[in-house]
Design a protein around this ligand. Structure first.
Ligand code: PAF
Length: 285
């Protein structure tokens, strides 16, 4: 695995590889590091369907708001490189902030509508930061396929919309959420949780599972009614503070009425435990 920190060097390496292997399929897994099983599953999916796999590790300052955890976001480069190598990445791209943003950025990518609710509403500017850095990374790597985890389902919807709108020549591949044994979605931020918070954090998965069984039992139920059940379940965990619990159409993220008339919906949660904000979701077909 080659570890590369400069944009020019990565471009040259991929150019040479494409010239030497015509028809080469390049897979790309963009991450912010502190790799866990979820990232490993993205690398596995990329490895399975592509000839060359590029992983990027870049904690993108643009997608963190004031007072969020940019400075304290967990970082462990040596461990990440070992995981990436074990999962068969061919290139690990670790640019510095100066390499990605040599001067204050005057251009940003803004995706409308799908960014209006959920994390787009709770974290103003977050998706501009994501869309901008993902566009830059896609331009640098020029992959055939890029792999994203469905734990960030709104991010997937935003990137799919952006790819469509801007005619970006890449296939976006959504991959399933990986969970701990008790159901908690794997996330780099889980390390922030205290022992008691970690125990109670399972309530997110329990609420999603409850939502699924209630929706299956009563298709006449409205999204609003389902939302109230979910909120009550989450509130049964004393340390949980709900940021949002929503039931919306997916991937449009528009409000829905009766579930029976809604088609594909997402049950999306953001819940705070102390200073840690966890998100999770379930798609109901
Ligand atoms: O999902 C993430 O880790 C980040 O939002 C991404 C896609 C790497 C962009 O910084």
């Amino acid at each position: 695995m080659k570890v590369i920190r400069s944009i020019a060097e990565l471009r040259n390496a991929l150019k040479e590889e494409r010239a030497a292997r015509p028809g080469l399929a390049v897979g790309f897994v963009p991450t912010m590091g502190y790799l866990h099983e979820g990232h490993a599953s993205l690398l596995k999916a990329a490895r399975q369907s592509c000839d060359t796999v590029v992983l990027s590790i870049f904690v993108n300052p643009l997608q963190f708001g004031p007072g969020e955890d940019y400075e304290t976001y967990p970082r462990d480069e040596q461990r990440d490189l070992a995981v990436a190598e074990a999962e068969g990445a061919d290139y690990a791209f670790l640019p510095s902030v100066a390499e990605m943003y040599p001067s204050p950025t005057k251009t940003k990518v803004t995706v409308g509508q799908v960014t209006e609710r959920l994390c787009g509403a709770s974290r103003p500017g977050h998706f501009d930061g994501v869309a901008t850095v993902v566009t830059k990374l896609l331009n640098i790597v020029q992959p055939d396929r890029a792999f994203f985890g469905m734990k960030d389902a709104q991010q997937v919807a935003v990137i799919q919309q952006m790819t469509l709108d801007l005619n970006l020549p890449v296939e976006i591949v959504p991959c399933p959420t990986l969970r701990e044994a008790d159901g908690l979605a794997r996330s780099s931020r889980n390390v922030y949780l205290s022992e008691e918070e970690r125990k109670q954090a399972v309530v997110l998965y329990e609420a999603l599972s409850l939502a699924r069984s209630l929706a299956e039992a009563d298709r006449q139920m409205t999204a609003e009614e389902l939302k109230r059940h979910i909120e009550a379940k989450i509130s049964s965990a004393p340390l949980a503070r709900i940021d949002y619990a929503e039931v919306l159409a997916y991937p449009s993220l528009e409000p829905v009425g009766k579930l029976a008339e809604a088609g594909r919906v997402i049950v999306a949660l953001a819940v705070k435990f102390g200073r840690t904000r966890l998100i999770d979701n379930m798609i109901l077909e």
